[in-house]
Design a protein around this ligand. Structure first.
Ligand SMILES: Nc1nc2c(c(=O)[nH]1)N[C@H]1C(S)=C(S)[C@@H](COP(=O)(O)OP(=O)(O)OC[C@H]3O[C@@H](n4cnc5c(=O)[nH]c(N)nc54)[C@H](O)[C@@H]3O)O[C@H]1N2
Ligand SMILES: Nc1nc2c(c(=O)[nH]1)N[C@H]1C(S)=C(S)[C@@H](COP(=O)(O)OP(=O)(O)OC[C@H]3O[C@@H](n4cnc5c(=O)[nH]c(N)nc54)[C@H](O)[C@@H]3O)O[C@H]1N2
Ligand code: SF4
Ligand SMILES: [Mo]
Length: 724
């Protein structure tokens, strides 16, 4: 009998509603849920990976324990006991900081990891916690902390009501929107244009998003801060600034004006690759539009000046009166408000209260950059990392200079990974604790509704039950918490409390939230109400939240935080510096999700995707031919990759996606190994980063040499002809 389940795709921030049809224990189909208030039937091809993941024979169902050079299956009791004992021993002998934690991106999409995994990372009391945040949005968090007093106050573009959408370093047609939960960006962008608005993309590559925009402007990687300062220069010079309603709640306007004086468009044109006329035109159009919003993402974060670029984009919105206004940069009103929870537990602010032991990089919200994890493992002395817990992360492929990190991982005394695959990272584990598949867990978007372009609430129960010998992420975390941070006498009671699971947290959060017990009209949300309305609720468009939502002490937006202004002044001196002639950037693909969907055959079919995009002029200079292999060298190492010649990248820039490189020995990912590709993070540089936030600089990595690789090509040709 075919059963129909209302569910949510948890693979990306769009969190599309899906309808999963099952027969016995098999998925027969996955379709978009027309009645989902946010996604309204939209789906991207990745949704099908939800089914493939569930049925993947390589997905681990039983804990694994290291046994010589391989692994053996173990019971949950044994695996959890060994995991806990190993950490306890190392902490006893070497102190709390000897145990490090790395958690990855899927944490944000996993209710149980948010309620039971994140608290564990703090309760362990180690300074050596790091996460995918420092390869992603740390600059935006730091900008939010300094400007609004809360790391979560990242304004989101009100895409459905804006007249001018300035997209800087993001490719939402492929990523499906990030820190902007907005399923079906193609439709939304089309709608902007149909209502007479404009969409402009600033990117070193003419992306899929640029193709559907009104205008695309090439920018040299890593130079967005110069570009936005020059736009501000024009706006101030021509007296176009108008902060508007929030005037009395904004500090630092004059300091920003003074700072921007040094960055006339003519001075930054060469460095940014954007002509002075274009800069002035963009600035005027942005300020003249009825409504407008500037939005930056991975391209403006994962670069040398990530924090400055992120700050200045928000500042541009503020200066033009776009902050907290309809059609501008707004803040959501989520049904469960994690912002308040973070504030109450003291995780809403915090920067540079301590520095990492080896490289002295500032802590952000209690975390150190993953770019320095290898240093902390390799460098002896008090506080040296000797053990590591990872969950939902694959830093071997996602962190800069992955090979160095992997060499360090191999030296650790105790590594425990909560992950359902034996992959590039977990192969270094002593214990692997595999959670259930995404279709076996309930979902409520605890973290990401903060970034929704329209308020909504939805709870879905699991499609498949968890088997007797399977465990949820939160169950695993409950055991680790009870075993590692609760005094012996209280363990049994606290474990029982933790094993009540995340639903109670959602229920309490809903009742206490803005649509809960205090709501005047409409149903008062609770878990039961959401269960009774399986498609969820549309809670309306974004509404102005300021000044009451400000978390700064003086209740003002700080437009020009001292730290940022100082750093920006230092930038001025670098304007005339010669830029590297060839740099590396990344890209994403619609059928890929960071490192971990390559074992799903529907996701890897078709032409190979792990190719190096090279501009035709650069191909000529370096003697490269389309479809042939090239060797690329950076300070860190070398890779050999197939070349794809295309003028969609600008001259002097090459682009390679991340998450590939499934060539490592000892993994168990049969489909992925057949579509291995190379890991771009074999050549990204852990010392090339945004020094304010510590975020990895994946974009603009200087290339030392790029040359054709005839030896590889002749090998490949020989192999091909012997096969033929
Ligand atoms: N060069 C370069 N590097 C990059 C980027 C880039 O643009 N360029 N992007 C960066 C960004 S933005 C990010 S977010 C990071 C991602 O970095 P990571 O989060 O470290 O890596 P992922 O590839 O997302 O790996 C996720 C892992 O979690 C496991 N997993 C999936 N779902 C679950 C779950 O529900 N529970 C548990 N326990 N495990 C689960 C998967 O099997 C996989 O091993 O990569 C970064 N790295
Ligand atoms: N299909 C798919 N969807 C995903 C993911 C995935 O791997 N695949 N990953 C998810 C994750 S973890 C995240 S964080 C989001 C990311 O979401 P997005 O940020 O929208 O995605 P990216 O494709 O990384 O877009 C970054 C863009 O910045 C450009 N860029 C690079 N350097 C610079 C620069 O210096 N300046 C400017 N202006 N632009 C630059 C790149 O060319 C690229 O087009 O996507 C999420 N969604
Ligand atoms: S956009 Fe695709 S991957 Fe993201 S939630 Fe929707 S269906 Fe899933
Ligand atoms: Mo990310």
């Amino acid at each position: 009998m075919v059963e129909r389940h209302i569910a949510t795709c948890t693979l990306c921030e769009a969190a599309c509603g899906i309808v999963v049809e099952t027969e016995a224990d098999r998925v027969v189909s996955i379709r978009g849920d027309d009645e989902d208030p946010a996604s309204r039937g939209y789906l991207c091809p990745k949704a099908h990976a939800m089914g493939e993941l569930h049925h993947d024979p390589d997905r681990l169902r039983t804990p694994l324990i290291r046994d010589g050079s391989g692994f053996r299956e173990a019971s949950w009791d044994e695996a959890l006991r060994i995991a806990i004992e190993g950490f306890a021993r190392i902490r006893r002998d070497h102190g709390k900081d000897a145990m490090a934690v790395y958690y990855g991106n899927p944490t944000a999409h996993n209710l149980g990891l948010l309620t039971h995994g994140l608290p564990l990372t703090r309760l362990l009391g180690t300074k050596n916690v790091c996460s995918a945040s420092s390869t992603d949005q740390a600059p935006q968090m730091l900008a939010a902390e300094k400007m609004f007093g809360h790391v979560g106050m990242v304004p989101i573009p009100d895409v459905d009501r804006t007249d001018y959408f300035l997209i800087v370093g993001a490719n939402p047609l492929v990523s499906n929107g990030s820190l902007m939960n907005a399923p079906d960006m193609k439709r939304r962008i089309r709608a902007i244009r149909e209502r007479g608005g404009k969409v402009v993309v600033i990117d070193p590559r003419r992306t899929e998003t640029a193709e559907v925009a009104d205008e695309h402007v090439f920018v040299r990687p890593g130079t967005d801060a110069f570009l936005v300062l020059a736009m501000l220069h024009v706006i101030f010079e021509e007296r176009l600034e108008r902060v508007g309603r929030l005037r009395d709640h904004v500090a630092g306007l004059e300091r920003l004006r003074a700072l921007s004086r040094a960055f006339a468009p003519s001075r930054v044109a060469e460095r940014t690759g954007v002509s002075a006329e274009t800069i002035a035109r963009l600035a005027r159009a942005f300020s003249a539009a009825r409504t407008s919003v500037a939005y930056g993402r991975i391209g403006t974060c994962t670069q040398e000046h990530g924090t400055l670029a992120s700050w200045l984009l928000v500042a541009l919105n503020v200066v033009c009166g776009r902050l907290d206004e309809v059609g501008g940069a707004m803040f959501a009103t989520p049904a469960v408000d994690p912002m308040e929870v973070l504030r109450i537990v003291g995780m809403s602010k915090g920067y540079d209260r301590w520095r990492s032991r080896v490289r002295g990089l500032p802590e952000l919200m209690g975390e150190i950059p993953v770019a320095t994890l290898a240093d902390e493992i390799e460098t002896s002395g008090p506080g040296q990392v000797r053990a590591l817990l990872t969950f939902a992360g694959n830093p071997a492929l996602s962190a800069p200079n992955g090979p160095r990190l992997e060499r360090a991982l191999a030296t650790l005394e105790h590594v425990v990974c909560v992950d359902a695959f034996l992959n590039e990272t977990t192969r270094h584990a002593h214990v692997i604790l595999p959670p259930v598949s995404p279709l076996q867990r309930a979902h409520y978007d605890l973290a990401l509704h903060v970034f929704s372009v329209r308020n909504a609430a939805k709870y879905v129960p699991p499609v498949f039950p968890r088997g007797e010998n399977e465990r949820h992420d939160w169950e695993i975390m409950a055991h680790l918490t009870a075993g590692l941070v609760v005094p012996r006498g209280l363990r049994r009671a606290s474990l029982a409390a933790l094993l009540r699971g995340p639903d109670a947290v959602v229920d309490a959060g809903l009742r206490a939230g803005p649509y809960g017990l205090s709501r005047r009209d409409g149903p008062r949300l609770s878990l039961k109400v959401l269960r009774d309305h399986p498609h969820g609720f549309d809670l309306g468009p974004l509404e102005p939240r300021l000044p009451s939502r400000l978390y700064t002490r003086d209740r003002k937006v700080d437009l020009a935080p001292e730290l940022f202004v100082r750093e920006a002044r230092a930038l001025e001196a670098r304007l005339s510096e010669a830029a590297p002639s060839l740099v590396l950037i990344g890209r994403r693909h619609l059928r890929s999700n960071n490192s971990w969907l390559h074992n799903a055959s529907k996701m890897v079919k078709g032409p190979r995707r792990c190719t190096l995009l090279v501009h035709p002029d650069d191909a000529r200079t370096h003697g490269l031919r389309d479809g042939y292999e090239a060797e690329l060298r950076t300070r860190v190492g070398r890779i050999v990759v197939p070349v794809e010649i295309s003028d969609e990248v600008m001259r002097g820039v090459v682009s390679l996606p991340h998450g590939w490189g499934h060539t490592r020995e000892g993994t168990r990912m049969s489909v992925a190994s057949e579509h291995a590709g190379v890991s771009v993070n074999d050549v990204t540089d852990e010392t090339f980063l945004d020094r304010l936030s510590g975020n990895a600089g994946f974009s603009g990595v200087p290339i030392l040499s790029l040359r054709s690789c005839p030896e590889v090509d002749s090998d490949a040709r020989a192999a091909a002809s012997s096969m033929a």
